[in-house]
Design a protein. Structure first.
Length: 547
């Protein structure tokens, strides 16, 4: 009788502790065990801070050692080889070659000084020895595979900051797949992409898995994605696996209370009635943001990328404008233009005053009233400052609070509002999960009591239960302070729960807008209908992808 094949990956009694100073340690992962066979997909799910990403980083030994430690008995065996405590030479052979990883936050994972071609090509040079035309052809092939389409060749010379969040995530996936790994660790790989691209990427990963026999460890807070991509699921809470098994079994008949809580958690409710005659906070007319395309020896402008092309809008006190569309449609660029963080043409009025021609000095007093929560919280939080210092920085700049004690009290208050322990203000961003960092970014904006906030994918890194908390929090703050929100998102379920009005962008232009109920329930344009079908029926998108 032939003995059963050994698992591709075998994790046994994995624990991870972090040294937090003063002789104290925190246990992030507590005796976690699981196996993964070739061609199999295991999903790790759980709330932010449950230990999912720390478990994944442990596999490749990418934790900040020696601050992070594996207690005795922890074991991670890949193809029979022990990785815990392995030397650098052995790990270098595995990393990026036999095991590849797609990180949650692409902007901090991509080198801002290197072009896309160079970054993807680096893995091909190191592990495959490809260079020149052969490497370039493979890079273009990978970019097309991950949905860059006709833009693939044009994007080779682009830098990360020139791409949308969704496009950067696709670049990360292309890099991970370059060497056809045996195991792909995907840490929230569809967080930054819209639902249509999400369906394409999930379909792509399944096809590659079938072709290569590749195993996947898929980390996500989107339970809908788990149903589509994974055969087995492990539910993590406070560093432990509390329930595991086949997806149909765990989701169909959950045994643990925490699993039932996750399955029932999602943003609920709809925005309440608004004053139709409320004062206008932001008025914009014919906003254009065109980026020049230069060519030739003299680098003359030969064309333009029209990121935003002729957008008009009015946003009133206490109202929320939801801005939706596929990655690269111009959503974030529009928000940056309204905040005068991106050069634009057209007219922008803030609380009745034209601000388009103001100098940086003249704009400074208005910065307190116009805030933004960025899509990538880790990239927008200084790693050298504590959380308390990050949140208090704006208070000091705008001279709010009588003294340091008063400012510290304001920091404590806002941390409590975003459901974080005030004691965490003494810690640093790298000590938090992605979801916790997003709440810190929200706190930094809220502490200044602004009138207008651009929320750029503020819930993209959060699990469903925390999404619901943040939506409730934003509603509460809006009602209390009559805040005006521009809510940018590809998660239409969250937009529906929060927005009064919806604007649909495609290629920098408005294709449809109106009251949220009208746009969601009776969309007029084919593009809007496709987005709605994608958001509320993933099967519909997969059918569209197949055809």
């Amino acid at each position: 009788m032939t003995p059963p094949a050994a698992p591709l990956l075998e994790v046994r009694d994995l624990s991870v502790t972090f040294d937090v100073g003063r002789g104290r340690t925190v246990t992030a992962v507590d005796r976690v065990s699981f196996t993964l066979d070739r061609g199999e997909t295991l999903a790790l799910v759980g709330e932010s801070g449950s230990g999912k990403s720390v478990t994944a980083l442990s596999i490749l030994q990418l934790l900040p050692y020696p601050l992070a430690k594996h207690p005795a008995g922890s074991s991670i065996r890949f193809q029979g080889r022990e990785l815990v405590g392995a030397g650098e030479a052995a790990l270098r052979e595995v990393r990026g070659n036999r095991i590849a990883m797609v990180f949650q936050e692409p902007m901090t994972s991509l080198n801002p000084l290197h072009t896309i071609e160079r970054q993807i090509g680096e893995a091909l040079v190191i592990h495959k020895g490809l260079s020149g035309p052969a490497a370039r052809a493979r890079i273009i092939e990978l970019l097309k595979l991950v949905g860059m389409g006709a833009q693939a060749e044009k994007r080779l010379d682009a830098y990360p900051h020139q791409l949308s969040g969704g496009q950067r995530q696709r670049i990360m996936i292309a890099m991970a797949l370059a060497n056809e790994p045996d195991l792909l660790i995907a840490d929230e790989p569809t967080t930054a992409v819209d639902v249509t691209i999400q369906a394409q990427l999930l379909k792509l990963l399944r096809e590659l898995q079938a072709k290569l026999g590749m195993a996947m460890l898929f980390i996500t807070h989107d339970l809908g994605v788990v149903r589509k991509i994974a055969g087995r699921v492990a539910v993590m809470q406070r560093g432990q696996i509390v329930e595991a098994g086949a997806v149909e079994s765990v989701f169909g008949s959950p045994r643990h209370d925490y699993t039932r809580h996750l399955l029932s958690a999602e943003p609920k409710g709809r925005p309440g009635a608004r004053e139709t005659d409320a004062a206008a906070v932001v008025e914009a007319s014919d906003i254009r943001v065109w980026f020049p395309i230069k060519a030739g020896l003299l680098r003359r402008t030969v064309s333009h990328v029209k990121a935003v092309d002729g957008v008009d809008l009015t946003l009133r006190e206490g109202h929320t404008l939801g801005v939706v569309g596929e990655s690269g449609s111009g959503k974030t660029t529009l928000g940056l233009a309204l905040l005068k963080l991106e050069t634009s043409a057209g007219t922008i009025r803030f609380r009745g005053s034209e601000i388009q021609g103001l100098t940086a000095r003249a704009l400074r007093p208005l910065r307190r009233e116009m805030q933004i929560v960025f899509q990538d919280p880790f990239g927008s939080l200084s790693p050298r400052l504590s959380v308390g210092e990050i949140i208090a920085e704006g208070l000091r700049i705008h001279r709010l609070g009588a003294d340091e004690a008063a400012r510290d009290a304001m920091v404590v208050d806002v941390l409590e509002e975003v459901r974080l322990d005030p004691e965490t203000r003494h810690r640093y961003p790298h000590e938090f999960s992605g979801g916790q960092r997003q709440r810190i970014a929200i706190a930094r904006a809220l502490v200044l009591k602004p009138r207008f906030i651009v929320l750029d994918e503020p819930t993209s890194a959060l699990d469903m239960s925390v999404q619901a908390q943040i939506v409730d929090l934003l509603r509460e703050l809006q009602a209390r302070h009559r805040l005006a929100y521009m809510f940018i998102s590809h998660d239409l379920k969250v937009v529906r729960a929060l927005a009064d009005e919806v604007m649909v962008l495609k290629d920098g232009r408005i294709v449809e807008r109106g009251p949220a109920a009208t746009v969601f329930d009776a969309p007029r344009e084919p593009y809007t209908r496709a987005l709605m079908a994608a958001a509320f029926s993933l099967e519909a998108v997969e059918g569209a992808v197949r055809t």
